[in-house]
Design a protein around this ligand. Structure first.
Ligand code: GLU
Ligand code: MG
Length: 678
């Protein structure tokens, strides 16, 4: 999660003095990039995934599953090993990279070099993920496993949940009642982020997740696991004074959120405009794929009534003051800010005609001076608004050594603000001193328990981005409706039971989509479509409709749909996201065997979206509720947790079947070929 510059981080009362300095130079740095690269053209499709893992220690005799805090040692070993393995790496896979993450039990991995749009590359994703997992596994202790779990079920329970044990009384950065200091990556950036968020906010973070009330859950539920009378830090009385709600799971530290794992994908675009179109189109998709990948129903030892991590992380890094949150009139703070730094996108930014001003319909504070400065330097209003909205935030971590930078060659100050705006989609300007172009990062998905599922979602999303660009798909709905979908996506069973706002006609006016006639992506000369051999970039902007733009009222452009309808289609006009992806595949020239392999991933996604296969969240919930140790009281015990995590590991390896979660053919992580024999 961002840069790991080394240096001496300033405590909040000193860091805040540099806020304007960092913002000013951050904008100067952005303007240098903008001036240099706004006209840059022709970058090919390069893309990648990021997978976050938890390292878990399984003690079979004690039936315990705990978080291993050996991140530093493990990363050290992996980086040395990675330096030496080039020769043993299979030809098709370049040496992967492992990165630290917030939790001291977490690892993150990325492919060693980006995937291209070639079909063999698309089909190498799963093997690449598996290779990375197995590499990590190989260099762990024999009782440690790398699990792709979104939330660790017992994080913050009374007693031991880490290996080794640490007492939460020493939580000097977060002041948590539950999480020890040692849960956090010791690199200066992470404890400083934690402490500075708390200090800027003026209190500890506070998250209350609704509890899943089961047959024997005491009502009202007053959590016996909260040390109500603790008196070490000034905030210790917060819980008693109303911060912890009855019938909820109370979480009070950054680690509960940033200690979660996700699956992220980044795509390079042809140029800045293509990146802006892709960014906008993915905004309404982000809650849909959050619901479809839901994987986190257990928190601090209790079943929750939500299935996703999103609001937990949002709350866990919410550094807004009382004034910014609207609890007090504005006196010292500059803005009322409706959202946390980690939250959904608030503004569409594409400058093509499909982006109607009506879609940006929520209050989005922005820094006017920054906005004007950007405009004066030639940045258009939409992009200027986006950047000046991100820049209402203060930098949270300022290192003394890097306060003064060469704004022509560094983008550190820009990245300081940019990388601590954790939104569902991130628009990424090219980094300094690098050949990389304009990129878009898709950030909402929960990590799946198997690499087969993670690969399926990666393949689906990359294909969807191509369908979006080549067919000029129009997914716009008002941002307020996207936000409503974000809330709905996290509810228990949302994928199977929920409804989401979605656009009825996704084909751009004046350019009837493939499903209504013209069957190819724009091919330049209007002649017979030539089938492409690979996924590519550089599609022209949507052509202006010849007879002028004919807008319906915004409210009649969308309706509520089920997940099944969104994914597999509704009526004659909307073929569903999977339908659009298939139509896009029809424009490619792919050998039958390879098409079959791609379709195996899409079939799995279809089964998930129709409810024929469960989300990981539903599967985990059912596992807990049908465990012999479960007392129907919402409590997930050590024994249940152990059995669950052993099952997750065995399923990933293909040792245990999970027919309600995975396709029947799934063979698991040790298969040489793809895990379902593809
Ligand atoms: N782990 C965070 C999540 O689950 C993301 C951190 C990052 O941006 O890498 O969303
Ligand atoms: Mg990460």
């Amino acid at each position: 999660m961002g840069l790991l510059a080394l240096g001496t981080p300033l405590p909040w009362n000193e860091a805040k003095r540099y806020a304007d300095h960092v913002r000013y130079h951050g904008i100067t740095q952005f303007l240098h990039t903008w001036n240099r690269l706004k006209e840059r053209q022709g970058d090919e499709l390069l893309w990648g995934d990021e997978i976050e893992y938890m390292v878990v220690v399984l003690e079979d005799a004690a039936k315990s599953a705990r978080l291993s805090l050996r991140q530093t040692e493990i990363l050290d070993k992996l980086s040395r090993i990675v330096d030496n393995i080039s020769s043993e790496c299979p030809k098709s896979i370049s040496v992967p990279t492992f990165h630290p993450e917030y939790g001291r039990y977490m690892l993150e991995s990325t492919p060693g070099s980006p995937y291209t749009g070639s079909i063999p590359d698309i089909l190498s994703v799963e093997a690449n993920m598996r290779y990375r997992r197995n590499l990590a596994r190989k260099h762990l202790k024999s009782n440690e496993v790398p699990l792709t779990l979104t939330s660790f079920p017992l994080l913050g329970i009374p007693g031991q949940f880490t290996e080794p044990y640490y007492d939460p009384v020493g939580a000097i950065s977060s002041h948590s009642l539950f999480l020890p200091q040692e849960i956090t990556n010791p690199h200066a950036r992470f404890p400083t982020l934690t402490a500075n968020i708390r200090q800027r906010r003026g209190s500890k973070v506070a998250i209350n997740l609704p509890l899943f009330v089961d047959a024997k859950t005491p009502q009202p539920f007053v959590d016996p696991a909260i040390p109500w009378e603790r008196d070490i830090y000034p905030e210790d009385s917060d819980a008693k004074n109303g911060a912890a709600l009855a019938d909820h799971i109370y979480l009070d530290a950054m680690g509960f959120g940033m200690g979660c794992c996700c699956l992220q994908l980044t795509f390079q675009a042809c140029n800045i405009d293509e990146a802006r179109r892709m960014y906008d189109a993915l905004i309404p998709i982000s809650p849909i794929l959050l619901a479809l990948t839901a994987a986190s129903p257990v928190w601090r030892g209790y079943l929750a009534d939500v299935d996703c991590r999103w609001n937990v992380i949002a709350g866990s890094v919410d550094d807004r003051t009382d004034e910014e949150r609207g609890l007090k009139p504005l006196r010292n703070s500059r803005f009322r800010i409706p959202k946390s730094r980690y939250d959904s996108v608030s503004l569409y930014i594409s400058n093509d005609w499909k982006n109607r001003p009506d879609y940006n319909d929520i209050y989005t504070p922005y820094d006017e001076a920054i906005f004007n400065r950007l405009k004066d330097n030639g940045v258009d209003s939409l992009l200027a608004k986006h950047i000046s909205h991100l820049f209402i935030r203060d930098p949270l971590v300022v290192f003394t050594e890097t306060i003064d930078q060469d704004d022509k060659s560094s983008t550190d100050h820009f990245e300081n603000i940019q990388s601590t705006n954790w939104q569902t989609i991130r628009f990424k300007p090219p980094p300094a001193n690098s050949p990389i172009g304009w990129r878009v990062e898709f950030r909402s998905m929960e990590v799946q328990m198997t690499d087969f599922e993670n690969a399926a979602f990666a393949v689906f999303v990359v294909l969807l981005t191509r369908a979006i660009l080549s067919f000029h798909l129009n997914f716009y709905i008002p941002i307020s409706k996207v936000d409503e979908n974000m809330a709905r996506a996290q509810l228990r069973g949302a994928s199977a039971l929920g409804k989401f706002y979605f656009r009825k006609n996704v084909h751009t006016q004046g350019n009837s989509g493939p499903s209504s006639g013209s069957a190819s992506p724009v091919n330049g000369n209007g002649s017979h479509p030539v089938k492409e051999k690979k996924l590519r970039n550089c599609f022209p902007a949507p052509p202006h409709p010849e007879n002028g733009i004919n807008h319906e009222p915004v409210e009649s452009e969308y309706e509520e749909m089920s997940m099944k309808e969104i994914m597999t289609g509704k009526g004659t006009n909307f073929p569903g996201l999977l339908g659009l992806v298939s139509e896009y595949l029809d424009t490619l020239d792919i050998p039958t065997d390879e098409l079959r392999k791609i379709n195996a991933y899409l079939d799995f996604i279809r089964l998930r979206s129709t409810g024929q296969l469960q989300t990981p969240a539903s599967w985990i919930r059912d596992f807990v509720r049908s465990h012999p140790d479960y007392k129907q009281d919402s409590v997930v015990s050590q024994a249940i947790n152990y059995d669950l995590l052993v099952a997750v590991d065995e399923i990933e390896r293909g040792v245990r079947s999970a027919p309600s979660l995975l396709p029947k053919k799934y063979r698991g992580g040790h298969a040489d070929q793809g895990s379902i024999g593809i």
